[in-house]
Design a protein around this ligand. Structure first.
Ligand code: ZN
Length: 285
């Protein structure tokens, strides 16, 4: 599952190839998309903007339509020059969008729909920009309010709710809890306002740091001595706790623990010493 920073980088690359340019060709293996294109040809329209919202990628056209795609586990967008050899077989192609300079190909994109403006506004599963940690209109106060509305749930689970906070995936979840000294199993109601604010601010900071122009594909939260080296063969070398079961905590040396958490049984990593439960509370189980 790509995290929000991956989709953001894809949207940025697609935006550079497509934005402001007239569409010269459109094809899809999805009947609903080709029917939309038959009724309202995308050819001749201009791509106005490409944006990510959480794990959704949105391509806005000058005719008012928006192509919304979700990659789930399998999908990816590639950008080619005309005549360039594709790096995936043709039968994986789902969507092709062309202009005079580039061909954007969506391979195995499992969710794709064309939305009119009112449909986009009503699409409950597509996060609004104010809760997207990578959006310029991110509203930390509103997100903190949404987090606190889930008082009975464990904080690490709430960080994954895409209608609370968009763009944080399972790797960042553990890292954000560690950096803020928060026990991932603590119920939200037991966190004070300053802690919730710190969790929200840290979510934005860590994810944003991973979409800087010079950041590679690997998630980096731990600088260590070799800051932003992309040649590490071990992807967890740049993380505080994720994937480091049994290895010493980078702050205190205690072995990092792991456990499945929440209704979807997502893996969580944490340090029992650096991330204690608030006074008087114990971790269940
Ligand atoms: Zn520790």
């Amino acid at each position: 599952m790509p995290e929000g920073d991956t989709i953001f980088r894809t949207a940025r690359a697609l935006g550079r190839a497509l934005s402001g340019k007239a569409v010269t060709g459109f094809r899809s293996t999805y009947p609903l998309l080709t029917r939309f294109h038959d009724d309202t040809p995308l050819t001749g329209q201009t791509v106005e903007q490409v944006e990510s919202r959480g794990k959704w990628l949105l391509i806005h056209f000058s005719g008012g339509g928006t192509l919304a795609t979700h990659m789930l586990m399998s999908g990816s967008w590639h950008i080619y020059r005309p005549g360039e050899r594709w790096q995936q077989p043709r039968f994986n192609m789902r969507i092709v969008l062309e202009n005079s300079e580039y061909i954007a190909v969506g391979f195995r994109v499992p969710v794709a729909k064309m939305l009119k403006p009112q449909e986009l506004a009503r699409a409950a599963r597509i996060p609004v920009p104010i809760i997207d940690v990578l959006s310029e209109s991110f509203d930390a106060v509103e997100v903190a309010r949404r987090v606190r509305a889930h008082g009975t749930e464990e904080i690490a689970d709430v960080l994954l709710h895409q209608e609370v906070l968009a763009g944080v995936g399972n790797v960042f979840k553990s890292e954000i809890c560690f950096v803020t000294g928060t026990n991932p199993f603590c119920r939200v109601a037991a966190l004070d306002e300053a802690k919730v604010a710190a969790l929200v601010a840290t979510s934005q900071r860590l994810v944003c740091a991973n979409v800087l122009e010079d950041s590679g594909d690997a998630i980096v939260t731990y600088g260590g001595r070799k800051r932003r080296t992309t040649h590490e063969s071990d992807p967890t070398a740049s993380l505080w706790v994720y994937g480091r079961k049994g290895e010493p905590c980078r702050r205190c040396g205690e072995p990092i623990r792991t456990r499945l958490q929440g209704p979807d049984a997502r893996v969580t990593f944490w340090c029992q010493v650096c991330q204690p439960m608030p006074d008087g509370l114990e971790v269940d189980g």
